[in-house]
Design a protein around this ligand. Structure first.
Ligand code: APR
Length: 338
């Protein structure tokens, strides 16, 4: 699993340990996500909120979740956007920090945020998104928690304007909308050959964890000692970059358990998203990235939109996975990490 997810959906449906409510200072309900949460939780939520004596802007308070699938609701009050001169960025950052601290103090392992202040309070969505992802990223550098940012309507999702223009230009120049070539399995091949061929391909291209295939000894001899596996080359690159393991997997937005699986099993085959995320965490050039990816049987191509987007960021030496994931989310592509 990846520690930080951006997903589309309705936060009142999520069964994370906590969901965060974008409330107002009275904590007595309202429209937007506040209204949706109170409707789904039922009247007992309002009863408990009445006992809290309101909430300062930038602060957060916790209640039970009643009829909601989550365990707790963390109510936080974002700043109204007045143009950015009234301390809005610091107050908005504080909403995420205080909510995350409260979740941690209450021993919660997962939390879902709406994009606070970006609705009725008028905070520009791209600026609200940047504060959300930067603050969550900082928290995840020192803490282990599954954090979800829930985008209610993906269409209205905004990323940085300059980035959007630059990226769409790059895509127009580089993305080859080729026909989806599907490798047709030749039905005439007898089962054994397909099995053998498939197994051979898997061994060579690491299409699946080798541990699921018992390749006969002579075949593995004939393959000989291939160059480093994905895992071996990854560990060499981490050493070369003088990075610690936690620095690597946190930057790659993958969790510690998955990283140790990759580290401890030299033939482990990660998903393409995980392999790319790890390559980006090492800030590799495009050539080095493709060299590392091919050990897991992957490459960055021109006819996959998500690959072209990732090549844009490598070309521009932007290796921040969270920022890249915002762009991938904007283009409705799979996110990077586990
Ligand atoms: N799930 C997830 N996100 C949602 C949902 C939902 N069910 N409903 C709305 N949102 C999104 C909106 O699209 C917006 O991006 O939540 C974000 C925050 O919007 P608002 O709910 O309007 O919250 P905010 O901008 O912080 O304004 C707070 O609105 O509801 C009142 O009482 C609240 O006065 C307070 C003000």
């Amino acid at each position: 699993k990846m520690p930080f997810h951006i997903i589309e959906g309705d936060i009142t449906k999520l069964d994370t340990d906590a969901i965060v409510n974008a409330a107002n200072n009275t904590l007595l309900g309202g429209g937007g996500v506040d209204g949706a949460i109170h409707r789904a939780a039922g009247p007992q939520l309002l009863q408990e909120c009445r006992t809290l004596n309101g909430c300062e802007t930038g602060d957060a308070k916790i209640t039970d979740a009643y009829n909601l699938p989550s365990k707790k609701v963390i109510h936080t009050v974002g700043p109204v956007w007045y143009g950015g001169t009234e301390n809005e960025p610091e107050l908005l950052k504080s909403c995420y920090q205080k909510s995350l601290e409260l979740a941690k103090e209450n021993g919660l392992n997962s939390i879902a945020f709406p994009l606070i202040s970006s609705g009725i309070y008028g905070y520009p969505k791209d600026k609200a998104l940047k504060i959300a992802t930067d603050t969550i990223k900082e928290f995840l550098e020192d803490n282990e928690m599954d954090v979800y940012l829930v985008i209610f309507d993906q269409k209205s999702f905004q990323i940085d304007r300059d980035l959007k223009e630059d990226l769409s230009e790059y895509i127009n120049e580089n993305y080859v909308k080729g026909p989806k070539v599907r490798l047709k399995q030749n039905p005439n091949l007898s089962e054994t050959i397909v099995g053998f061929e498939d197994a051979y391909l898997r061994e060579l291209n690491c299409l699946a964890p080798v541990s699921t295939f018992s390749i006969s000894e002579d075949l593995s001899d004939r393959i000989g000692n291939r160059e480093d596996s994905f895992s071996e080359l990854l560990l060499k690159k981490i050493d070369e970059a003088h990075m610690t393991d936690p620095e690597c997997y946190k930057r790659a937005n993958i969790d510690r358990r998955l990283f140790s699986k990759i580290k401890n099993n030299k033939d482990y085959c990660p998903s393409k998203e995980t392999a790319i995320a790890l390559a980006l965490s090492l800030e590799l050039s495009l050539e080095e990235t493709n060299d590392l990816l091919e050990r897991a049987g992957y490459t960055l191509s021109k006819n996959k939109l998500s690959d072209v987007i990732i090549q844009y960021f490598i070309d521009n030496k932007i290796f921040n996975i969270f920022q890249i994931n915002e762009a991938l989310f904007y283009y409705d592509q799979k996110l990077l990490g586990a």
